[in-house]
Design a protein around this ligand. Structure first.
Ligand code: PEP
Ligand code: MG
Length: 536
C-alpha cells in the first residue's frame, strides 16, 4: 500500500481499478510528400475532426460546449492554418506540419505563466492538434475499449479525453501533472468525476490494472490499499452517497426558510463554462460575474469580443439574470491586472478607481454590456466604489456610452440597471447616497468588505484571526446596507466565500438578507442550511 499526494481537481471518493492512458509518440513519414495531396488530406482531416468535435459538443453540458467550439474554431483560424499550409508547401507532411505549428502555438500560450486563461487554451490547442494528427496517421481517437468503469491515469488530460471514453466508464481521474484550473478539471467537476492532479510521474510507472482508493477531496490516492483502508473507504463512500442523495433532493424543494420566508440563490462565476454548471445546481441567476478574467495580457479586448463573451454568459444562464461586475483590476490577480501597475494594489486605484483613470477602456466595456443586454436580463455593478463621486463619475460614462451607441445606430438596451458592489466600509456607511443618485441594486462583497473593515489582508494566513466575515462590525455595516436598500426599495444580495458557509449564511439571513450569491458548488449545501433555518 502506498499513498500519493496531489491536489484536488474535482472532489469525491472512489475505489476502483486504474487504467493508464498512454499516448505513444507519433512517428511521421519521411516523404517525399506532394503538397497538393497533403493539403487535401489536411482539409479532409479537418472535416472529420470538426464532425467529431460537434458530436462531443452535443453530448456535453451547455457550459462545456464553448470548449469544443473553441477547438473547432482553431481549425479555421487563418493565422494558424496559414502556417501549417506554409510548412506543407515547403515539403513537410500534413501531420508533421500540424504537429509542429500546434506545439509551437501551445508552448507560446503555456509560457504565459500569470494568465491561467491562456494556459487553459494551450491544452486545447494540443488537444485539437493531436486529433488532426491522429486522423492523418489513422490512429484511434476513442481511447479505450473499456468494458468496466475505471480510474483513468495519465500524465495530462485533454478536455476531449473525457468524451472519448464511453459514458459512465470513468470513475475517477489521476494525473501526474495538470492543474485544477484546466478545462479537463472543469469538465470533471461538472460531470462529478473525482480527480486529482500533480501526483508525480512515479505513480504512472506501475499503476496500470491495480486497485486504488482515490480520495480526491483530500487530494490523495492509495495504491494497493490494505483491507482496513478498503473497508474504511467503502464505509465513507456509502455515507457520501447517502448525503449526495439528500442534497440533490434539495433541487426540487422551494427556496423557503422553515418560518416561510422566500430566499434567492445566485452564483459567483467567471465565464460561460461555470455559469452553465451553476444553473444546473439550482442557481436562479448570476450574482457576480468577475469580468476581468476574460482579459488577456497586453490585449485589451475590443467591444465585439467582450460583447460575445457577455452574450455567451447570458446564453449559458438560459434567461436568468446575469450581474456583471466591471473590471476589478488590482484585485483579480490576472495578467491584465498586472498591466495596471502597482498603483492598483489593494489600497490603491483598483476597481472603479482604475476604470475611471482609463475612460476609453471603461467606455468599451459599458458599450459592450449595453449591447449584450438586448440578448437577456443583464445588470452591471461597479466594484470598489467608495463615495458618491465615484458613482456619479461612473454614471457619466454610462450616459456618454448611451449617446455614442445611439449615434452609431447600434442595437442596445438603454435601461440596464446599474448598481454598486459594496466592499468598502465608507460606501456601506453612506449607502443611501447611492440610492438617492439612481443606484438600482446593491451587492455586498464580503471577501473585500471583511478585509477592509478589519484592516487585514484576505490572503495573509498569519492574521487570519482578524478576518471575520460575520463579526459584530460586519453585521453593523451589513444591517445599514439592508436598511438603505429597504428604504429605497431596491434589491440587495450578499456574496463572497463567507456566504458558502452555512453558519455565516444563516446569520446573514437573520440580518434581513434574502438573496445570496456563492460558488456554484456550495449552492445545495446552503439551500439546505437556509431551508432548515428560521429567518426571524
Ligand atoms: C468580494 O469581495 O466579496 C467578492 C466576491 O469579490 P472578489 O472575491 O472577486 O474580490
Ligand atoms: Mg471583491
Amino acid at each position: 500500500m502506498k499513498v500519493y499526494k496531489g491536489f484536488t481537481a474535482s472532489p469525491g471518493l472512489v475505489l476502483g481499478q486504474v487504467s493508464r492512458l498512454d499516448r505513444p509518440p507519433l512517428v511521421f513519414g519521411e516523404g517525399p510528400f506532394h503538397p497538393e495531396q497533403e493539403k487535401q488530406a489536411l482539409e479532409d482531416a479537418i472535416k472529420v475532426a470538426q464532425q467529431e468535435l460537434d458530436e462531443m459538443a452535443g453530448r456535453a453540458a451547455p457550459s462545456e460546449q464553448a470548449i469544443f467550439l473553441f477547438q473547432s474554431m482553431m481549425l479555421e483560424d487563418e493565422g494558424f492554418m496559414n502556417e501549417v499550409a506554409f510548412q506543407i508547401k515547403a515539403g513537410v507532411g500534413a501531420a508533421e506540419a500540424m504537429d509542429r505549428v500546434g506545439h509551437r502555438y501551445a508552448a507560446q500560450l503555456a509560457a504565459m505563466k500569470d494568465n491561467a486563461y491562456m494556459q487553459l487554451r494551450s491544452v486545447d490547442i494540443l488537444d485539437v492538434t493531436q486529433r488532426i494528427t491522429n486522423i492523418l496517421c489513422h490512429r484511434i481517437r476513442s481511447w479505450l475499449a473499456l468494458d468496466h468503469p475505471v480510474i483513468l491515469a495519465s500524465d495530462l488530460l485533454m478536455p476531449t479525453d473525457l468524451f472519448s471514453v464511453p459514458a459512465g466508464r470513468i470513475l475517477g481521474l489521476i494525473t501526474a501533472e495538470g492543474s485544477d484550473q484546466s478545462h479537463a478539471a472543469i469538465i470533471a467537476r461538472s460531470l462529478n468525476i473525482p480527480g486529482i492532479t500533480q501526483v508525480g510521474e512515479d505513480f504512472l510507472k506501475d499503476c496500470d490494472g491495480r486497485e486504488v482508493i482515490l480520495n480526491a477531496t483530500e487530494g490523495e490516492c492509495i495504491l494497493d490499499p490494505d483491507a482496513a483502508a478498503r473497508q474504511s473507504a467503502i464505509t465513507c463512500i456509502c455515507e457520501m452517497q447517502r448525503q449526495n442523495k439528500e442534497l440533490n433532493a434539495q433541487l426540487e424543494l422551494p427556496n423557503r426558510t422553515r418560518d416561510g420566508e422566500e430566499f434567492e440563490l445566485l452564483a459567483n462565476c467567471f465565464g460561460p463554462e461555470d455559469v452553465g454548471t451553476a444553473m444546473e445546481s439550482g442557481a436562479s441567476g448570476v450574482g457576480l460575474l468577475r469580468s476581468s478574467y476574460m482579459m488577456m495580457p497586453g490585449h485589451a479586448m475590443d467591444e465585439q469580443e467582450q460583447y460575445l463573451f457577455y452574450t455567451s454568459c447570458l446564453a449559458a444562464a438560459r434567461g436568468r439574470m446575469v450581474t456583471v461586475r466591471t473590471f476589478d483590476f488590482g484585485a483579480d490577480r490576472t495578467m491584465a491586472d498586472a498591466y495596471q501597475g502597482v498603483q492598483s494594489s489593494k489600497l490603491g486605484l483598483r476597481g472603479i478607481r482604475s476604470s475611471l483613470r482609463n475612460l476609453p477602456q471603461m467606455a468599451v466595456q459599458i458599450c459592450a454590456l449595453m449591447r449584450a443586454a438586448t440578448k437577456g436580463p443583464l445588470r452591471v455593478m461597479f466594484p470598489m466604489v467608495t463615495n458618491i463621486e465615484d458613482w456619479d463619475s461612473a454614471m457619466q460614462v454610462v450616459d456618454y456610452c448611451r449617446r455614442k451607441l445611439a449615434e452609431r445606430g447600434a442595437e442596445f438596451e438603454p435601461d440596464v440597471p446599474f448598481g454598486v458592489m459594496l466592499s468598502v466600509p465608507a460606501a456601506c456607511l453612506t449607502a443611501e447616497d447611492f440610492t438617492a443618485h439612481g443606484c438600482r441594486f446593491f451587492v455586498i462583497g464580503t471577501n473585500d468588505l471583511t478585509q477592509y473593515t478589519h484592516a487585514v489582508s484576505r490572503e495573509l494566513a498569519i492574521a487570519e484571526h482578524y478576518y471575520r466575515p460575520a463579526s459584530p462590525a460586519m453585521k453593523k455595516l451589513i444591517a445599514m446596507v439592508v436598511d438603505a436598500a429597504r428604504e429605497a426599495d431596491i434589491p440587495v444580495t450578499i456574496c463572497g466565500l463567507a456566504v458558502g458557509n452555512a453558519v455565516n449564511a444563516t446569520q446573514y439571513l437573520r440580518l434581513g438578507l434574502r438573496s445570496f450569491s456563492m460558488s456554484p458548488q456550495n449552492l445545495l449545501t446552503i439551500k439546505k442550511a437556509l431551508r432548515d433555518a428560521d429567518a426571524r
